[in-house]
Each structure stands twice: as structure tokens, then as C-alpha cells.
Design a protein around this ligand. Structure first.
Ligand SMILES: [Zn+2]
Length: 136
């Protein structure tokens, strides 16, 4: 997992095995797999709450990596409802939203993954992966 600081182009979304985890399914970390669009290799990703990922704000801040429009058009995030704006203008399901970059272990194509993690309602903490996209 790495952060991204230069302009990227989103190419296409890769299939992901599981994109939603609730607190009962996830004690220490969430594990899922995505299938590389180029070579078909099944890559494992592990997300550790409060450790994995970087704030999505770093992506759309001043349109450095992607513009807000590109994030919305690709349905990577949605506009945050007014009561949750403290999590930022763009989020996944109005929860704190993070991203990371990763590479296909087989062909080294580059991927961009976005997820949110937080308390959806009292006692229910969820981790939702918006998706994983190939980029260049
Ligand atoms: Zn690949």
C-alpha cells in the first residue's frame, strides 16, 4: 500500500470478492481479493482499521491527483451529506474515507482502492470498499 501524489487517470474498475464488512466479521482486519483487469491474477488485499490507507482529501485537494468531478463520475465517492461534512466533502457512505495505491502482484498494473470505515450507528462499525480501479 502506498500513497499517490501525482495526477492519475482512472481506467477501469476491477472485480472485488467482498466489499462490505461489519464489526462482527472483522476483528482485526478485513481481507478480500480483486481480480486484475489485465492478467486475471487474483490479488489479496488486507485493510487494517486505523492503520491502512490515506485520507481521500489528499486525492481531490486542489485536484492534485483526481478532481472531485472525476471521483464522482467514476462513482468512487459521493457528496457527503451536510451533517457529516466534518468527514470531508466527498466520502463513501458518509463515513471517514481513505484510499491506497497497490499493484497487481503478477503484472504490476497499478490500482487505486477507496474505502470508508467508521461507526454507522451505535454499536455497528462498518468497513465499506467503494471499489478498486486500474489507473495510469
Ligand atoms: Zn495483473
Amino acid at each position: 500500500m502506498y500513497s499517490i501524489s501525482k495526477k492519475i487517470n482512472i481506467l477501469k474498475q476491477a472485480p472485488i470478492a467482498k466489499n462490505f464488512f461489519s464489526n462482527v466479521e472483522m476483528t482485526r482486519l478485513a481481507v478480500t481479493q480483486f481480480t486484475c483487469c489485465d492478467c486475471g491474477h487474483e490479488n489479496s488485499i488486507e485493510i487494517i482499521p486505523y492503520e491502512s490507507g490515506f485520507p481521500i482529501f489528499q486525492i481531490y485537494n486542489e485536484d492534485i491527483v483526481l478532481s472531485k468531478g472525476e471521483l464522482l463520475q467514476n462513482k468512487i465517492v459521493t457528496e457527503t451529506s451536510n451533517s457529516m461534512l466534518h468527514f470531508g466533502a466527498l466520502t463513501v457512505s458518509n463515513l471517514p474515507t481513505l484510499y491506497f495505491g497497490t499493484d497487481c502482484q503478477s503484472c504490476h498494473s497499478k490500482y487505486f482502492c477507496v474505502f470508508s470505515y467508521g461507526e454507522k450507528q451505535p454499536g455497528l462499525t462498518v468497513l465499506q470498499i467503494s471499489g478498486i480501479w486500474k489507473y495510469e
